[in-house]
Design a protein around this ligand. Sequence first.
Ligand SMILES: [Zn+2]
Length: 281
Amino acid sequence: MIKRAILFGGKAIVSILDTTSTVKEAIKIHGFSKPVAVAMGKALTVAAFMSAGFKGVGNKLTLIIDGDGEGGKMVICGDFGAKVRGYIQNPKACEGRQASVSDVVGKNGSLNVIKDFGLKEPYNGLSQIVNGNIDEDFAYYFTTSEQLPSAVALGVKMQGGECVKAGGIVVQPMPNCSEEEIFILQDIVSNFTDVASLLSEKSVEEIMEFYFGHFEISHLPDIYEEYKCSCSRHRIEEMLLTLGKKEALEIIESQGQIQVGCEFCNTKYVFTKDDVQRMFK
Ligand SMILES: [Zn+2]
């Protein structure tokens, strides 16, 4: 559930996200270690926030967080309507240890944001990892690459191997926001040190009302984010067609079949010799 509202007649946007079900689904698919679940949960929440702002059905987003942490590279995608998915190189990183998000992500590396609005060239924003906590890394990205000095507070609460709460609060002042209004917003955002616990106590509606309800506020329509993959047998077939018949048959010869796994949802697609013959007819 994503609740968004415009403050001060359009000078700032507040987004409050409860992404618990999405993070639970990601853990179910990938079997993340606890530290990775927190890191990926935060990254999926950012992707949900960013894709919630999309206006066109075909709009797409890819976040590549490539740090020197134990988790390795993280790839997160978001589609129109805050449909997100993602994977990490080492889903079991830091297993059984008390590790921080920055242990998983790393403290050095790059943050790449690709937004595809169906135009000739996709938007490509490159920034750097600040401290590997994801909150500050994206706050820095929004400020430097998108010129939107944003406050980003993300949280994932785990109990045992289970996610009990995940979500975030993002406040983005627009360029016409006055210094006094920014100061007021910063003061509010300083309360959000433990977003996951806050979301355990209050619903997104209650948080919006409690912290922002006394301002001049206009609510935007709710968005229901979810973990959703865009892969299909048809898409894999198209990929195999670009590989070429000779190459495809060679794989069949050596391995008996072609098996292609989707990294985002772990679905396995199997193609037999008959399938290949039919595809290339
Ligand atoms: Zn998939």
